[in-house]
Structure formats: structure tokens, C-alpha cells
Design a protein around this ligand. Structure first.
Ligand code: HEC
Length: 173
């Protein structure tokens, strides 16, 4: 018994036990599809943005049909049974209200494409999501009305709040 516990302590001290870690048998290993679904959310450089394109003019009609019910006629935000649908079109085009607080336009696109309209997630086509992003960026004074948003132009948009935050420094190894 004594010898056994010495053996155990030795194991512990060498880190072998710690490195393995306890096994809790909770959760399950995500499938490749599940990992990809989460992975595509954060996409600052746009390398994995889908193909497609859209303009503010195209997005305006889609916004009226699919978004105003929760986000308000002028994108001012409303209380909904599903929670507060936040302001999407800032009144103050100088500050960081609404989506102007975002650091990257790709975040806006990803959120729309993957999570909106709430309760009908993933029902928007790539073109519709680009058009909605273009519409909201235009109405927030970030891009011009005729600027097309696509996998190349979207990551090039400089959000007004970009400099308020910078990514963590690259770690080596
Ligand atoms: C059924 C109600 C509902 C509909 C319809 C809806 N949304 Fe939302 N939306 C919400 C709610 C609630 C939130 C807040 C979610 C959260 O905080 O997790 C939200 C959040 C957002 C955000 C994040 C804003 C931020 O500042 O972080 C964006 C962008 C957005 N919605 C865009 C859209 C667009 C574009 C449409 C139309 C295609 C749409 N939503 C339709 C309820 C809705």
C-alpha cells in the first residue's frame, strides 16, 4: 500500500497524471460540421466568407420584410417577446451607437448570416446577407449607398470603432 502511494505521488510529481487530466464523460466530441459552424463566426480577415454580393438598395427591401418586425421601422430597436432586439441604425452617425460599436464589418455579416432573423436562422441566402450588411453599413454612415459588399470588400470596411480595440498579440508556438 505504502509502495503504491509512493508510486502514485511519483506519477503525480512527474506530471503524468496532471497531463492526462480527469475524464468526466460529459458532452460529446463535436462533428466537423459543428466545428465549422462555430469556426465561421469569427472572421476578421474574410478568408472564409462565402461567395455572394449585395448592395444597400437590395438590402432595404429585405430589411423591411424580415427585420423591422423586431428591430423597428427605422432600425431603432424594440422589445420583443424573444428579448430586446437592439438598435441597428444609429441616429448619431458620429458615435458608436448600434452596430457602429462593432470592430469589424465581417462580424455584422456573420451575425446576420448565421443568427438572424431570430427564430428563422440560416434562412437568408448569401446574397441577402451581404445586401443586409450593405444596407446597415450604409444607413449607419459607414459606406456609400452604391458600394457592393462581397467577400473582398466587406473585410476592407473600416468600422468607426475599429481603433478602440486591437486583437491580442500573436503568440509564438
Ligand atoms: C424575432 C425577432 C427578430 C427578427 C425578425 C430579427 N432580429 Fe435581429 N435580433 C433580435 C434579438 C432579440 C437580438 C439580440 C440577440 C442577442 O443579443 O443575442 C438581435 C440582434 C441582432 C443583431 C446584433 C446587433 C448587435 O449590436 O450586436 C443584428 C446585426 C441583427 N439582429 C440583425 C437582424 C437582421 C438584419 C434581421 C432581418 C434579416 C433581423 N435581425 C431580424 C431579434 C430579431
Amino acid at each position: 500500500m505504502r509502495r503504491y502511494s509512493i508510486f502514485l505521488s511519483a506519477l503525480f510529481l512527474t506530471g503524468a497524471v496532471a497531463a492526462e487530466g480527469p475524464v468526466f464523460h460529459l458532452g460529446k466530441t463535436p462533428t466537423d460540421a459543428e466545428i465549422q459552424a462555430i469556426d465561421t463566426l469569427a472572421d476578421q480577415d474574410g478568408k472564409i466568407l462565402p461567395k455572394g454580393r449585395g448592395t444597400a438598395a437590395e438590402g432595404g427591401g429585405i430589411f423591411a420584410r424580415r427585420c423591422v418586425v423586431c428591430h423597428g421601422l427605422n432600425g431603432e430597436g424594440t422589445d420583443t417577446p424573444a428579448g430586446v432586439a437592439p438598435m441597428l441604425i444609429a441616429e448619431d452617425k458620429q458615435g458608436t451607437e448600434g452596430i457602429r460599436h462593432l470592430h469589424f464589418a465581417t462580424t455584422l455579416f456573420s451575425f446576420i448570416y448565421r443568427a438572424m432573423p431570430m427564430n428563422e436562422e440560416k434562412s437568408l441566402s448569401e446574397d441577402q446577407a451581404y445586401a443586409l450588411a450593405a444596407f446597415l453599413l450604409y444607413r449607419n454612415g459607414v459606406i456609400q449607398e452604391d458600394e457592393e459588399m462581397n467577400a473582398k470588400s466587406l473585410p476592407e470596411v473600416i468600422m468607426p470603432n475599429r481603433d478602440a480595440w486591437s486583437p491580442p498579440p500573436e503568440t509564438s508556438g
